[in-house]
Ligand binder design. Structure first.
Ligand SMILES: Nc1ncnc2c1ncn2[C@@H]1O[C@H](COP(=O)(O)OP(=O)(O)O)[C@@H](O)[C@H]1O
Ligand SMILES: [Mg+2]
Length: 252
C-alpha cells in the first residue's frame, strides 16, 4: 500500500505535570495516496492536533510522522519549512487572504515570500483547478466567501503539494457554498489530470470536520475520541456518519 502520510504511534501532550493534557495517545493511522479522508470526533478529541502534527506544523511529543516515506522527526526547522512549502498545503477555516492583493497575487505570495518566482503559468493553473481562472484580478472583497476559500486552496496548490490538509475548511461557508468547495476538493484528490504540465502529482486530501454532510464527500472517515482512533467508515453516507457520531458522544 502506497501511503502519502503515515502516523506511527503519535502522542502529543500539552504542558506537563498536573496540568498536562494528552491530545493524542499513541495514535497510528495512514492516509493512502490519492485518497480523500475526513477526520471526525467530538470537540477536544485531538483532530486539529493530529492535522497539525501530520502537516509538520507542530511536532509530536513522541511517535513518528512520515510523509512520502520521509520521517519528519529527523528534519531540522529549515527542512521542515521547506517541506511545508513544497510537499504539503494547508487551508484553514478562515481564508487568511491579504485584502490588498488580487487573487493571483495572493496565490503567488507564499512562493514570493520564499524568494522564488512562481513558475510561469503555475498561478493561473492553480486558479483554474479551483474554477477561478476568470477571477485572477479580483480582490478578496470582490469575491464571495466560497470564492475566497477557493483562492486559499489555489494558494495551497500552487506548489503542487502531495498532501492538502484542511481544518474545517467549510466551517465559515453556507451549505451550498460548502458543497461546491467539497466537490472541488473531491475532484482534486487522486491523480492529476493529464494536462497539468510538469508531470503527474497525485494529491491526497485530508480534512477535519464536525459535519456528517461534509464527511460524506470523503471516501473514508476516521473517528477520534480522546486522542485515540476509535473507528472508520469507508464510502460513508451522511446518515452512517451521523449515527456513529451520536454513538461516540454517548459513549464518552
Ligand atoms: N496549544 C494548546 N495548549 C494546551 N492544550 C491544548 C492546546 N491545543 C489543544 N489543546 C488541548 O488538546 C486537546 C485536543 O485539542 P484539539 O486538537 O484542538 O481538538 P479538536 O480539534 O478535536 O477540537 C483539547 O483538550 C485541547 O484543549
Ligand atoms: Mg479543532
Amino acid at each position: 500500500m502506497d501511503d502519502a502520510v503515515r502516523l506511527d504511534s503519535l502522542t502529543k501532550t500539552y504542558g506537563s505535570g498536573e496540568g498536562a493534557v494528552s491530545a493524542l495517545r499513541e495514535l497510528s493511522l495512514s492516509f493512502p495516496r490519492g485518497g480523500f479522508t475526513a477526520i471526525m470526533g467530538p470537540s477536544g478529541s485531538g483532530k486539529s492536533t493530529l492535522l497539525q502534527c501530520a502537516a509538520g506544523l507542530d511536532r509530536p511529543t513522541s511517535g513518528r510522522v512520515l510523509i512520502n516515506g520521509q520521517d519528519l522527526s529527523g528534519l531540522d526547522e529549515t527542512r521542515l519549512t521547506e517541506l511545508r512549502r513544497d510537499v504539503t498545503g494547508f487551508i484553514f477555516q478562515s481564508f487568511n487572504l491579504l485584502p490588498s492583493l488580487t487573487a493571483e497575487q495572493n496565490v503567488a505570495l507564499p512562493m514570493r515570500l520564499a524568494g522564488r518566482k512562481p513558475p510561469r503559468g503555475a498561478v493561473r493553473q492553480a486558479l483554474a483547478q479551483v474554477g477561478l481562472e476568470k477571477k485572477a484580478g479580483s480582490r478578496p472583497s470582490q469575491l464571495s466567501g466560497g470564492q475566497q476559500q477557493r483562492v486559499a486552496i489555489a494558494r495551497a496548490l500552487v506548489s503542487r503539494p502531495a498532501v492538502l490538509f484542511g481544518d474545517e475548511p467549510t466551517g465559515a461557508l453556507d451549505l451550498s457554498t460548502g458543497r461546491e468547495l467539497l466537490a472541488t476538493l473531491r475532484a482534486l484528490a487522486g491523480p492529476a489530470s493529464a494536462d497539468s504540465g510538469d508531470g503527474p502529482v497525485t494529491t491526497t486530501v485530508v480534512i477535519v470536520t464536525h459535519d456528517p454532510n461534509v464527511a460524506a464527500y470523503a471516501d473514508r472517515v476516521v473517528f477520534l475520541a480522546d486522542g485515540r482512533l476509535v473507528g472508520e467508515l469507508l464510502q460513508p453516507t451522511a446518515e452512517a456518519v451521523a449515527t456513529r457520531m451520536t454513538y461516540l458522544a454517548v459513549s464518552q
